[in-house]
Structures are given as structure tokens and as C-alpha cells.
Ligand binder design. Structure first.
Ligand SMILES: Nc1ncnc2c1ncn2[C@@H]1O[C@H](COP(=O)(O)OP(=O)(O)O)[C@@H](O)[C@H]1O
Ligand SMILES: [Mg+2]
Length: 259
């Protein structure tokens, strides 16, 4: 089981799109994938066709419900399961005052899953908070999607700072951040400026895969379809390439048999 935290404190930075479509692309490679929805707005759960789960993740984190009891299969994508979000997640800090190691709750709750999944993708919240810290403590790697807008670089810098402070104390083997260019348009001035800054500071940590801006992503979202699975489009091809690159990162060579 390899856990990837997809994090960026900014809303609209393509976290959920990445989580859902990377999950679908890994499932096409016959990997077993769990998406954990850590955003109280529950976009990933909804996109994956799972809703009305009330307090699922919150109850799991608080130890009130077994994780097995909360996980649901994504109806439209074979091989992908979802741990749905809770609308009251934002309240987590207020509810775990008694916990000894509140930053480690998620890691602890994922442990019983053993090797049932090849990948667990954590769709991060739009904040640097107790939940995003839980994601970074539970993860093997951190991926920060970066859209080509001038202010987006600041979200990357903030996540990097969060990772640098979590790593030494709470998760020494955490890898990253790696940077995923998302909704990317090479030719714009903003994209060039953001790329220049990012290369200067994070050069080798930039993923070689670029997820291009693609109207198919918006169409799929509007149609309530969970992902770009099965069809060809620029972004669908990019997410397939991303799945291959993530497998390399996880040290999980393509073609491995899970039997
Ligand atoms: N590759 C892409 N091409 C076009 N639109 C995209 C792409 N990736 C994301 N988007 C759009 O950008 C918006 C924000 O993406 P989302 O994944 O919800 O961000 P976050 O989860 O970080 O808040 C959504 O409307 C989504 O459809
Ligand atoms: Mg989101």
C-alpha cells in the first residue's frame, strides 16, 4: 500500500481532478485504489458517485466507526473505492482535543487495510490544517498540483513549508513535494513565469508529466461523470502518463502481478 497525499492549500488547484482521474488511470492498470476524500465539500466523493455518507470519514477518524464499514465502491469505476468525506470535517480540531496523537489519526485508521489496496490517494483539503497534516503524516509521498496562475506558486511554497515542518518530527520518510503542472497552458505568460519560479526552487521535483488544460475535464464534471476513463482526450492521456510516473515513484514497476 502506497499512500499519496494530493495537497495544496488553494481551492481550484486541481487536487480533486487529479485524485479522481489518477485513481481511474491506476485502475485501468489493474491497480486497486482507495480515494480518501479529505475535503469537507466532498467533491471527490460526489464525482465518484458516492454521497450522503454523512459523517463517514469523521467517524472513522474519531474511532467511532470501522474503516471497512465506511468504504464504498465507486459505482462507475471498477477497482476504485472511496472513503467519503464528512461535511463536519472542518470541525475535526474541535473534536479530537482528547486524542494523544491527533496528527496521526488517519495513519492509524489506514493501518488495518494492510495490503488490500495498491494505492491510497488522499484528496486534500483547501487549507493547511489538522486534516492536511494528517494527510502528510499518513503519506509516503506528497504531490502538489500547480496551475499556471501567478498566485498558484504561493500555494506550492506554503505546502512545501508545511511538509518541511511535518517531516522531521512526524514522518521522516515522506517524499516530496513533487510538483504536477495541472490545467497547464504552455504558451501563456503566466505559465512561463510560474514555471521559471518553480524550476528555480523545485527543479528536480517537477513531474515530467504535464496535465494539459482540456475542456473534456469540465464537460465530464458538468455531466456528473466521475472521470475521463475509457475515452481519449488530452487530459485523459496525460493522467494515464501520470499513473505510469506515479508507479515509478512508488517503486511499483508496471506489469507487476498482484495475484
Ligand atoms: N486539466 C484540466 N483542464 C481543464 N479544467 C480543469 C483541469 N483540471 C482541473 N480543472 C478544473 O479546475 C477546477 C478546479 O479543479 P478541482 O480539481 O476541483 O480543484 P481543487 O480540488 O484543488 O479545489 C474545476 O472546475 C475543474 O474542472
Ligand atoms: Mg477539491
Amino acid at each position: 500500500m502506497w499512500v499519496l497525499a494530493i495537497v495544496n492549500e488553494k481551492g481550484g488547484s486541481a487536487k480533486t481532478t487529479t485524485a479522481v482521474n489518477l485513481a481511474a488511470a491506476l485502475a485501468e492498470l489493474e491497480r486497486r485504489v482507495l480515494v480518501v476524500d479529505l475535503d469537507a465539500q466532498a467533491n471527490a466523493s460526489l464525482w465518484l458517485g458516492v454521497n450522503d455518507e454523512g459523517q463517514a470519514l469523521l467517524e472513522v477518524l474519531l474511532g467511532q466507526r470501522a474503516i471497512d464499514d465506511a468504504i464504498r465502491p465507486a459505482p462507475a469505476i471498477a477497482g476504485v473505492d472511496v472513503l467519503p468525506a464528512s461535511r463536519r470535517l472542518g470541525n475535526l480540531a474541535g473534536q479530537v482535543g482528547w486524542a494523544e496523537f491527533p496528527q496521526g489519526l488517519l495513519r492509524e485508521r489506514l493501518t488495518p487495510l494492510g495490503e488490500r489496496y495498491d494505492y491510497v490517494l488522499l484528496d486534500g483539503p483547501r487549507a493547511v490544517d489538522l486534516l492536511s497534516t494528517n494527510a502528510l503524516v499518513a503519506a509516503n509521498g506528497a504531490l502538489v498540483p500547480l496551475i499556471p496562475e501567478t498566485l498558484a506558486y504561493l500555494g506550492l511554497v506554503a505546502m512545501d513549508a508545511a511538509i518541511q515542518s511535518v517531516r522531521p518530527v512526524l514522518n521522516p520518510t515522506l517524499e516530496g513535494p513533487r510538483v504536477l503542472r495541472s490545467r497547464w497552458e504552455d504558451r501563456t505568460l503566466d505559465a512561463r513565469a510560474v514555471l521559471a519560479q518553480t524550476e528555480a526552487q523545485f527543479g528536480p521535483a517537477i513531474m515530467r508529466t504535464v496535465v494539459r488544460g482540456d475542456i473534456a475535464v469540465r464537460h465530464a464534471a458538468r455531466a456528473g461523470r466521475p472521470a475521463l476513463t475509457g475515452a481519449r482526450s488530452k487530459a485523459a492521456d496525460d493522467f494515464r502518463a501520470l499513473a505510469v510516473e506515479v508507479e515509478e515513484w512508488a517503486g511499483n514497476p508496471q506489469g507487476r502481478s498482484d495475484a
